[in-house]
Design a protein around this ligand. Structure first.
Ligand SMILES: Nc1ncnc2c1ncn2[C@@H]1O[C@H](COP(=O)(O)OP(=O)(O)O)[C@@H](O)[C@H]1O
Ligand SMILES: [Mg+2]
Length: 1078
């Protein structure tokens, strides 16, 4: 803020006049005096409107510090004293804010300070544009490309110790925010003749001296160089050292810069190798050698240098040696080799050195561009900075000066077009009253040089391409024919006699009246330099080099790509690139810096008025001021003007509904701008004085601030109001909700209290009522009871005489009957299932019915058993009969019995009829077989067992051998008297026979069987049905049997566990047989 207060102006503390437009009176003298006065007070910059005139101070001035940068940053162009930073700032802001591509055109003669100015512009822009790591790297690379290019492309000349020997145009690219993205450098025609020869008092390009002074011993050895300048023919001796220049330090700066720009170490090394090779080429010398056939031939004097070059560049020595002694010309089919004489050999050597160096330089530019090019594809804004070699007049001027000066003519042309001519034409177009201002238009000179048919360049090309002998003299002759009549062309030889006696003009020269003065050109070398011829042998030798950089520099040396067409000449190439440049500049908004050199001595504080006057004249500065003064500093279409300033007047703000011009008129009247300050054109308003514009701008700025405040005010008011309203609404909502809630709470409390009170009252009322009702009820009941008792007494008293004695018995019987009735009816529903084994029976209801209940159960069981039996078939009946028989016989008598109940009685266990073994047996038995079973027959003598088939038929019991089926004994049933068995759980039984019967010879039979119960039962039943006598069945644990004559006691003892049911028998003695049973 403090800075804003020190508001300086162009007009404050002014030395002389800061803007020549304000100079009074305006004349050449006053103009020069003003410059001088300012120069003497270290004010080197002066404006002509928006053009900056810069006078070279030749000494460092303290006006480029960072503080100065800050001072000029974002300030109005005319606000501070004139400075190159003001112009840079204007251009940068216009680029950033108005989206206009800019170009900074820096002109002036050699040594006037163009290169310095261009660097100042770049450093200012770098200082004010965006910041950040990435942006800073881009800036650094852009800035550091300068020292690299200067080392290789600048040299000391008599005019300038650091003279650019190439033209440079650099496009710096910015993004929409104004941050630098990258850049593109274009270079124009390096003065390569300097590589092999320098005019007196001048030096070769800086890099040669820098390497020799600055390189370490080690690096020098690697490059096969020596530190001594005098060892090298290509370095002029008389000015090897330049005052105030330290080549060694600069070498380090350059290497550092190369690193920053992005050169790899191996690339830097290759570049230095090429530079060393160029330097050493100059030391190759040739001596003549005559051959027998009389042709001139040359030979390399000392091959050592050649050997070293070849080692450095990886070229085969013999190849290079041959390329220096022969020249091969290829025409369509033929190939002709001619030897080179000494002069031609030197020519070849120098051509090679020049080509190597200039191609290296172009490669460097391409390589730098690769590093600094913008990485993104977004739309870019461009600021071009043009620093091209200045107008040059030397003692000897050659092709290079011709080209350089042509370029300056073109620049002057574009200056004229964009400022003087265009401006005046616009006034006429816009119908503004205007008195024409005379100025010199150099278009005629440009035409002399570049005209496609009759221009000097076209003529030179024609000569170069023409068959036959072509020399510089034939070229001059041609010039003399064609251009003799041109106003700006002078020559002794021309038919026009104007210069026949002009001794200052030698015969071998022509002179051109440039816009900046007359320059005499030595015609010698024009053809060669335009041809820029390099023998194909040499380019092919270079292509063969084992050095990737050199190989890349000579692509045409590749035999596979031989091109017989001539390459374009140096002149036409230059003309084309200048034309492109001009086209490019025309699309951009130009900003001019016109540099003036105050003296020829490169000295500070010396102001050579004659020299400055000359420059002021040819630069057309005075005309520039006149046009500015007569004209209008500023113009703008009405629409834009109205749009920009309409807020300054009530009628036009915010909308103007009429034509824009009328609006502007109203606006200017309202603002009370004096009428002489502006004019109305057809489509534009013209403002005479920049000050008016600044006044408008200031008002606008002020008004914008007011408007911004207004907008802010309204916005803030609106914001506060909305906020307030919102708060208010919210407050109401909250309050209503809270009130509702509070009311609700209160209501609920009252409600519950009311309910409590109510319930108490109701309770009390109800209890009261209840008490009353109860009382009434009890009263009623009491009355009834009393009445009942009373009636009872009455009735009993009345009926006593009618009661009988047995009334009680009747009532008893009736009651009993009712109970029985009820019992039976209930019983009917509770009866259990019909299954005979169902044990269920309903519980007894009354104790006195106990016996009835049991009887009923028994009857029901019998009944259901009968029901069950009624369903039997005959066969089932038989089986049950048998089972019943068995039960009667054995139940509770024999322990074996219960186990047999579940077993069905099969009878015929042995199926005799089916087994063929027993066929005989079957045949022998005619009757129906009741039992067929295998039994153990116990030997009477020793008690041992033997298997027998036991058959029971209707009439007999048969015993047969089990194996053979042979019948062993046959006992008629009538002979069986008794069957005995134990009460135990065994299958032993004895069959007693009738004494004296046939079968009883051996005595009673003893058997043991698994089906004892069945057998005994069947035997019993069969006997009963046959003999009508009951078979005696004795169950006892001790009984007698008859064996022949003996009566033997069979005694059962407990103890046999082994054989299950099978008893073990032992004959103890004649009287006793022991049977062990389980
Ligand atoms: N603004 C300046 N301040 C100080 N010295 C300057 C300035 N401009 C130029 N010079 C001096 O003049 C010399 C020549 O300037 P330069 O820009 O190389 O000229 P040109 O490029 O026009 O040939 C510089 O080497 C420097 O010493
Ligand atoms: Mg320069």
């Amino acid at each position: 803020m403090a800075k804003m207060e020190v508001k300086t102006s162009l007009l404050d503390n002014m030395i002389g006049v800061g803007d020549m437009v304000l100079l009074e009176p305006l004349s050449e003298d006053s103009f020069i005096n003003n410059l001088k006065k300012r120069f003497d007070h270290s004010e080197i910059y002066t404006y002509i409107g928006s053009v900056v005139v810069s006078v070279n101070p030749y000494r460092p001035l303290p006006i480029y510090s960072p503080e100065k940068v800050e001072e000029y940053r974002n300030r109005n162009f005319y606000e501070l004293s004139p400075h190159i930073f003001a112009l840079s700032d204007e251009a940068y802001r216009s680029l950033r804010d108005q989206d206009k591509d800019q170009c900074i055109l820096i002109t002036g003669e050699s040594g006037a300070g163009k290169t310095e100015a261009s660097k100042l512009v770049m450093s200012y822009v770098a200082a004010v544009c965006g910041k950040g790591a990435e942006v800073n790297q881009v800036k650094e690379q852009l800035l550091q490309s300068n020292p690299v290019l200067e080392a290789f492309g600048n040299a000391k000349t008599v005019r300038n110790d650091n003279s650019s020997r190439f033209g440079k145009y650099m496009d710096i690219e910015f993004d929409f925010k104004g941050d630098p993205l990258g850049g593109v450098i274009s270079n124009y025609l390096l003065e390569k003749s300097r590589v092999v020869k320098q005019p007196r008092g001048e030096r070769n390009f800086h890099i040669f001296y820098q390497i020799l002074s600055g390189a370490s011993e080690d690096l020098l050895n690697k490059l096969k160089l020596e530190r001594d300048f005098s060892r090298y023919n290509y370095l002029s001796l008389d000015s090897a050292r330049v005052n105030g220049v330290d080549d060694a330090v600069n070498f380090r700066t350059v290497r550092n810069a190369m690193q920053i720009v992005g050169f790899m170490d191996h690339e830097t090394q290759s570049i230095l190798e090429v530079v060393a090779a160029v330097l050493k080429l100059g030391n190759i010398e040739f001596k003549p050698e005559s051959r027998v056939n009389g042709l001139d031939e040359s030979k390399i004097k000392d091959k050592n240098e050649l050997k070293e070059i070849c080692e450095l560049t990886g070229i085969d020595q013999s190849v290079l040696e041959r390329a220096f002694s022969f020249r091969t010309v290829e025409a369509k089919q033929e190939k002709v080799s001619t030897t080179l004489n000494v002069a031609q050999a030197y020519y070849a050597r120098d051509a090679l050195a020049k080509n190597l160096y200039s191609r290296l330089f172009s490669w460097l530019v391409t390589r730098i561009n690769e590093s600094i090019k913008a990485q993104t594809k977004v739309r870019k804004k461009v600021m071009g900075v043009l620093d091209i070699y200045g107008f040059e007049i030397f003692e000897d001027n050659s092709f290079e000066q011709f080209i350089i000066n042509y370029c300056n003519e073109k620049l002057q042309q574009i200056f004229i077009e964009l400022t003087l001519k265009e401006e005046q034409e616009e006034y006429i177009r816009e119908d503004i009253e205007w008195t024409h201002i005379e100025y010199f238009n150099n278009a005629i000179i440009c035409d002399l040089i570049e005209n496609n048919q009759t221009g000097i360049l076209a003529m030179l090309d024609e000569e170069c391409l023409r068959p036959g002998t072509v020399t510089d003299d034939t070229f001059l002759e041609k010039l003399n024919q064609v251009c003799a009549t041109h106003q700006h062309f002078e020559s002794r030889m021309s038919k026009c006699s104007r210069f026949l006696n002009d001794t200052s003009l030698p015969h071998s020269c022509f002179r051109i009246q440039h816009y900046a003065g007359k320059v005499m050109y030595q015609v010698e070398g024009f053809v060669d330099k335009n041809n820029d011829l390099l023998y194909r042998d040499l380019s092919q030798a270079m292509w063969k080099a084992n050095h990737s950089l050199i190989k890349a520099l000579f692509p045409e040396g590749n035999p596979a790509k031989i091109n017989l067409k001539r390459p374009p000449t140096a002149g036409s190439q230059f003309k084309a690139s200048v034309a492109t440049l001009m086209k490019n500049l025309q699309t951009k908004n130009p900003n001019y810096i016109r540099c003036i050199k105050p003296n020829d001595k490169k000295a500070a504080h010396i102001f050579n008025e004659a020299l400055v006057c000359h420059q002021v004249r040819y630069l057309g500065l005075l005309e520039n001021v006149r046009v500015r003064r007569a004209g209008y500093a500023f113009r703008q279409p009405y629409e834009l003007c109205l749009e920009r300033y309409k807020m300054l007047c009530k009628q036009t703000w915010p909308h103007w509904r009429g034509p824009a011009r009328a609006g502007v008129e109203v606006l200017f009247n309202e603002l009370e701008i004096p009428e002489e300050e502006y004019s109305f054109g057809r489509s534009k308003i013209f403002i005479r004085n920049p000050r008016t514009l600044f006044k408008l701008e200031d008002l606008r700025k002020q008004r914008l601030e007011d408007l911004a405040t207004l907008i802010q005010k309204i916005y803030r008011g609106w914001k506060c109001l909305t906020h307030f309203l919102l708060m208010k609404r919210s407050q109401i909502v909250i309050a209503s909700w809270y009130r509702r809630y509070a009311q609700q709470k209160k209501y609920q409390r009252i409600k519950s209290s009311a309910i409590v009170v109510q319930s108490y009252i109701r309770g009390w009322k109800a209890r009261k009522l209840l008490r009353e009702l109860k009382h009434q009820k009890r009263c009623k009941e009491a009355a009834t009871t009393i009445a009942a008792y009373w009636h009872g007494t009455q009735v009993r008293r009345e009926y006593r005489k009618f009661f009988r004695a047995n009334a009680g018995r009747k009532i008893y019987e009736f009651t009993l009957q009712k109970i029985m009735q009820k019992y039976f009816l209930e019983m009917k529903n509770k009866l259990p299932s019909l299954s005979p084994i169902d044990k269920n029976w309903p519980a007894r209801p009354y104790l006195f019915l106990d016996s009835t209940h049991k009887e009923l159960k028994r009857i029901f069981h019998l009944w259901r058993c009968k029901k069950y039996r009624d369903h039997f078939t005959d066969q089932q009946k038989l089986i049950y009969e048998e089972k019943l028989e068995a039960s009667e016989l054995f139940k509770d008598k024999k322990a074996l019995y219960p186990a047999s109940v579940g077993q069905p009685f099969h009878g015929a266990y042995l199926e005799i009829s089916k087994n063929p073994k027993y066929k005989k047996l079957k045949d022998a038995v005619e009757e129906k077989i009741i039992i067929a079973e295998v039994v153990n027959k116990i030997n009477r003598a020793n008690g041992k067992c033997a298997s027998r088939i036991f058959l029971l038929t209707k009439n007999n019991v048969l015993l047969a051998d089990q194996k053979s089926g042979h019948i062993k004994s046959e006992v008629p049933l009538g002979d069986v008297t008794k069957v005995s068995m134990s009460s135990q759980n065994d299958g032993f039984f004895a069959v007693h026979l009738k004494e004296g019967s046939g079968a009883a010879g051996k005595g009673d039979f003893l058997f043991s069987s698994d089906h004892l119960i069945e057998m005994a039962t069947k035997l019993y039943r069969t006997t009963l049905s046959q003999t009508k006598q009951k078979l005696n069945i004795e169950i006892s644990d001790e009984f007698l049997v008859q064996f022949k004559q003996d009566k033997v006691c069979v005694k059962f003892i407990q103890g046999n566990q082994k054989n299950g049911n099978i008893p073990t028998c032992k004959r103890k003695n004649n009287r006793l047989l022991e049977v062990a049973v389980p």
